[in-house]
Structures are given as structure tokens and as C-alpha cells.
Ligand binder design. Structure first.
Ligand code: PEP
Ligand code: MG
Length: 599
């Protein structure tokens, strides 16, 4: 803490937006479980007590679910009810119920102790994996077990005292049921937790409901008191406790700016990103989780331009099954239909692999990654391709291969897809007859032979994050060379132009899905290159749309011509900024351009 009592904590940016309010700390410390051996005659009454606690728990969850559903139409409702349903299912789970009953009957444990032991056993079945996915599943079992124990003890299992509207809830952790009550019913402004990760249910629900949240802060519960002022910046993962008057004014101004801008921007949500000279660019979203879809749609997303499917693998120790992939793709396709969903096959490799499958490599970015990895692991690839083709009948699917370096590799990937199609047809499984199959242009080799790749591709998507990395030869994660990471480097511009020109000649659409697509300051350049789609973070869409609707494609083309005559990245960037400020005063103001902070 500083002498003023202000302290700034950094956690995981779980849900974007700024909130300023009074702290409402919630004591969610674990309950103490009483342990006692029963006498033989106490067994039957204890079994009845256990049954009552299960029934009561189910009733409570049904009530929470109803409250959530009453707010239907609120984004995130479907996700939330699904989580609560899962918890209700756990109340019927044999491992929990039968095992607790057995412990009461045979080991003569009191019900609280039996539940605790059964919960421990189920968690043990998850093999104590250190990764995030299993951590979350273990947390689910804990929430359910804790609810039963609290009911046995006659304690209120949920956040019983209602926080005032606009409060910032601070807790060690929040169960999905707590989150349901707090967010759906009590209109809290934000929440902060000591525990949690980006994929924890509380984080997912916060994003879906668009409530700012920072999780994984560590020990905020020890530093705040009810009534303290707190600022939550969910875009940056920053929490300020007892901000100075200056800090508060700054955040209030930033918040007011964000709100006014958002309201203004969302007025065009349902309008197309059509330029003044009638060129339409589709604005799509990049997603990592199905839960991001409602927020994407509410920001005016017209499609999913990039679904990074490898996130299904990350943070877990085993491989997702074909069925898990299928259910996941189906859910997204159905939510978007008839809008297109571009699903990228796994960009796995290097450290983007489940813990047990990692193989040390000197240069993981140049190693067995993405399509190379999938072609080397045919079973893993086959499972994904089967799931994709099975899901194809549920919406408007486009399949995209990452890190294609040449035509031979693309043909091999296409053959794998066709083999799977034939296999499914033999099995009598319905598959959509014509599916667009495209590639990421993210290697210089691909951009340089884009004309040849275009003959075998139904669309291109330029992945500038990697294209910049591989063109300039800088590790995109290494902060020491970050100063060289320049999207407008002449070499990158030339390669992008080459890919766009090849796509135009072959009459196939071309998208840009790297981070630069979501920066409004680049919108005119990308328009000038002739892209047909830009894919970005959902929350960036309104900002980019605003620039495009005020722009003319002809001006973009002229700008690109001028940029290609310059040499040094500094000069190119200066020219772009000057042009943007001249053409869109107030829309693109400072160096970084307008828009939310990208994560
Ligand atoms: C890219 O490389 O630009 C891209 C969008 O893919 P990723 O960031 O997932 O590598
Ligand atoms: Mg990439």
C-alpha cells in the first residue's frame, strides 16, 4: 500500500469494462465439517437427514435457475442455466450419493463427513491434474458438496445478504450459483476474486453478461473492507483499492468516455460496415470459447471469422473426445446460423499442448506446430475433422487450416478431410455436401505463392500476428524485440498486398484475423488492400465499423499506394496516422487509435 492507503493489484482480465464502486466483500470461506462416528441406531435417521439435504439443495438450485431464467433475454442466461443444471445433475451422481450413503451405512460416518469423503474421492478421480480445466471441474464438485454440507448444518448456502445495487463484489471465490444471484438479480457493478482463471465459470458468465471482472488477484479479500472504494478495470486486469481523488477522476472520465462511445457506437450495431463508396466489409469475431458468442453478437458481429479450437485442449491433461468437439462446434454453429463460422483446425504445438504431450523443442514456433502437428498426428486430426464434418449440417461452417507453408501441405490437409468425409459417408452420417475450405496466410512462403494457393483454397485469412513474427523474424512473445513488431513494416504490407491481389484474381474472399484487424487506425489501410472481412475481438467491432462507415475504399487504395512508395516503418506509420487524423478527426485520435485496450 502507498501512504495514501491506495493499492493497485493486478489479476486476470476476465471481463472487460471499467467499474467504480463500494466494496461488498462476501465471506465465502469453506465451512468446517463436523466429524463423528454414529451408533448403529443413528444410521437410518442420518440417511434420512442426508436425503433431505440433497432434496433441499436441488430445490435451492432450481430456485436460482428460475431467477436466472426470469431474466431471460439477458445475455448469458443459457450458459448460466446450463452450469446450474450440471450442478443439479451432480446431486444425482452415483459417486456422490451412493458413496455418501455407503459411508454413512457401512463406516458409520455422520452425513457431513460422508459427503466430504465422497467429494474427495470424486476429485481424486480427476487425477489431481494441475491444469485449469480439471481445476474447474473439481471446483464444481466442491460447490455442490459444500451446498449439501451447509444444508446439513442449517446454514444458508448462497450469498444471503443482498449487496446494494452498483456494489463491487469481492470474494475469495464465487460459485456459479452465487454469481447467478449477484449478477442476474442484484445488479452488481463488477466483481473481483482471489481465485479463478479466464475459463472459470464465474469469468465466463461475467463476460457473457458484460459485467467487468478481474479474477485470480491473489489476496484482495485480505486487503479490502466493506465500503472501501474500488476501481475495477476488467480490460487490463487492474484493481485499484481506495483510489486517490486524481485516480478516481481519471477512471471516471475513462468510464464515461467508454459508456458514451459504446452507446453511440451500438446505434450502428445492426447496420453493415459499408463505406461511403458502397464497399461492404464483413465484421466478424475471433473467439476462443463458445461462451463468447453472445457478446460477439451484441457488438454487431456478423460471423465468427476465427474460432481457435486449440483452446479446447489447453489447460487440461487429456485429449477432448470427438464427441466433445462435435458438441462444441455444433453449439457455435447453431448460435450463429445462418451466419458463417470459420473454424480453424488445431493450432497446436510448442507449448500449446496438454501438459503430458509436450516435447521440448529449441524453436517451438518453427517446429511441429499447427497443420504440421496435425498431419503428424493423424488420429488426433481425424477426430477433429470427423467432429467438424458431423457438425457441418448444423450451420454455415467454413473450415480453415493454419500455418500452411505450401501447396503440397494444403493438398495433404485437404486429402485428410476428404478421407474423413468418405469414411463418414460409408457410415451413413450426414455431411454438408459443399464446404468452403480455406487457409491462414501467416507464413511469408504462403503469401509469396498466394496465387498458387488460391487455386486450391476457397478463401484466405491473413494471420498478421504470425505473418509479422515470421517475416521480421521476431518472437511475438519476446518483449525485448517487441519494438520491431511493426504491422506496417513495408515487407508485411507487400506480403499482405500480394495475398489480397491473388485472392482478388482468383475471385475468392480474403479476411484479416490478426490483432491489427481490430485496431481502428489500420481500418483504411486494410480496406485499401481490398479485404472482404475483418475478424477481431467482439468489443472492437463497433470502433472499426465507425471508421469504415465514414471511409471511402478509393481513399484506402490511394493510401496503400502511397505507403508502398515509402520505406521505413516509422514513415509509413506516420503517414497512416496523419491520414486517419485528417479524414476522421475525433474518430482516430491518439497514437494508438481509438478503441478498447486489446488483451
Ligand atoms: C495470427 O497469427 O494472426 C492469428 C490470428 O492466429 P494466432 O494468433 O492464433 O496465431
Ligand atoms: Mg497464427
Amino acid at each position: 500500500m502507498t501512504p495514501s492507503g491506495t493499492s493497485i493489484l493486478v489479476g486476470i482480465a476476465a471481463s472487460p469494462g471499467i467499474a467504480i464502486g463500494r466494496c461488498w466483500s462476501v465471506d465465502r470461506r469453506r465451512v468446517r465439517t463436523p466429524k463423528r462416528r454414529l451408533s448403529p441406531e443413528e444410521v437410518e435417521p442420518e440417511l434420512a437427514r442426508f436425503r433431505t439435504a440433497i432434496d433441499l439443495s436441488d430445490l435451492q438450485l432450481a430456485e436460482v435457475r428460475e431467477k436466472v431464467e426470469r431474466g431471460d433475454g439477458v445475455p448469458g442466461t443459457a450458459e448460466h442455466t446450463a452450469i446450474i443444471d450440471m450442478h443439479r445433475m451432480m446431486l444425482k451422481d452415483e459417486m456422490l450419493v451412493i458413496e455418501s450413503q455407503r459411508l454413512i451405512r457401512e463406516d458409520r460416518l455422520n452425513a457431513e463427513w460422508a459427503v466430504k469423503r465422497a467429494v474427495r474421492k470424486i476429485k481424486g478421480a480427476f487425477h489431481e491434474q494441475a491444469d485449469e480445466y480439471f481445476k474447474e471441474r473439481r471446483a464444481d464438485v466442491d460447490y455442490v458438496g459444500e451446498r449439501i454440507i451447509k444444508n446439513l448444518l442449517g446454514q444458508a448456502p448462497d450469498v444471503e445478504e443482498a449487496p446494494p445495487e452498483g456494489a463491487i463484489v469481492v470474494a475469495h471465490d464465487l460459485s456459479p450459483a452465487d454469481t447467478a444471484l449477484l449478477l442476474h438479480e442484484r445488479k452488481v457493478a463488477a466483481f473481483v476474486t482471489d481465485a479463478g482463471a479466464k475459463t472459470s465459470h464465474t469469468a465466463i458468465v461475467a463476460r457473457a453478461l458484460e459485467v467487468p471482472a478481474v479474477v485470480g488477484v491473489g489476496k484482495i479479500t485480505q486487503l479490502v473492507e466493506r465500503g472501501d472504494w474500488i476501481v475495477v478495470d476488467g480490460s487490463r486486469g487492474v484493481v485499484v483499492i481506495n483510489p486517490t481523488p486524481g485516480e478516481r477522476t481519471d477512471y471516471e472520465a475513462a468510464q464515461a468516455r467508454q459508456r458514451a462511445e459504446e452507446t453511440e457506437l451500438l446505434r450502428t450495431r445492426d447496420l453493415p460496415a459499408r463505406t461511403r463508396d458502397d464497399v461492404t466489409v464483413r465484421l466478424a469475431g475471433n473467439i476462443e470459447f463458445a461462451e463468447e458468442v453472445p457478446s460477439l453478437l451484441s457488438h454487431g458481429g456478423e460471423a465468427v471469422g476465427l474460432y481457435r479450437t486449440e483452446f479446447l485442449f489447453l489447460g487440461r491433461g487429456d485429449l477432448p473426445t470427438e464427441e466433445e468437439h462435435y458438441q462444441n462446434y455444433r453449439r457455435i454453429l447453431e448460435a450463429l446460423a445462418p451466419r458463417p463460422v470459420t473454424i480453424r483446425t488445431f493450432d497446436l504445438g510448442g507449448d500449446k499442448l496438454p501438459a503430458g504431450m509436450r516435447v521440448p523443442a529449441e524453436n517451438p514456433a518453427l517446429g511441429l506446430r499447427a497443420i504440421r502437428y496435425c498431419l503428424r498426428q493423424p488420429d488426433l486430426f481425424r477426430a477433429q475433422l470427423r467432429a467438424l464434418l458431423r457438425a457441418s449440417v448444423h450451420g454455415n461452417l467454413k473450415i480453415m487450416f493454419p500455418m500452411i507453408s505450401g501447396v503440397g501441405e494444403l493438398m495433404a490437409a485437404r486429402k485428410a478431410l476428404e478421407d474423413v468425409r468418405a469414411e463418414l459417408e460409408r457410415e451413413g452420417v450426414k455431411v454438408k455436401p459443399q464446404l468452403p475450405v480455406g487457409i491462414m496466410i501467416e507464413l511469408p512462403s504462403a503469401a509469396l505463392i498466394a496465387d498458387r494457393l488460391a487455386r486450391e483454397s476457397d478463401f484466405f485469412s491473413i494471420g498478421t500476428n504470425d505473418l509479422i513474427q515470421y517475416t521480421i523474424g521476431i518472437d511475438r512473445q519476446n518483449k525485448d524485440v517487441a519494438y520491431l513488431y511493426r504491422p506496417l513494416h513495408l515487407a508485411v504490407l507487400r506480403l499482405m498486398k500480394q495475398a489480397c491481389d491473388a485472392a482478388r484474381s482468383a475471385n475468392i474472399p480474403v479476411s484479416v484475423c490478426g490483432e491489427m484487424a481490430g485496431e481502428p487506425v489500420n481500418a483504411l489501410v486494410l480496406l485499401g488492400l481490398g479485404v472482404s472481412e475483418l475478424s477481431m475481438n467482439g468489443s472492437s467491432i463497433p470502433f472499426v465499423k465507425r471508421v469504415l462507415r465514414a471511409a471511402r475504399a478509393a481513399d484506402g487504395r490511394a493510401l496503400v499506394e502511397r505507403l508502398l512508395s515509402l520505406t521505413i516503418a516509422d514513415d509509413i506509420e506516420r503517414e497512416v496516422r496523419a491520414e486517419m487524423q485528417r479524414r476522421f478527426p475525433g474518430l482516430v485520435g491518439d497514437e494508438a487509435g481509438v478503441g478498447p485496450v486489446s488483451g
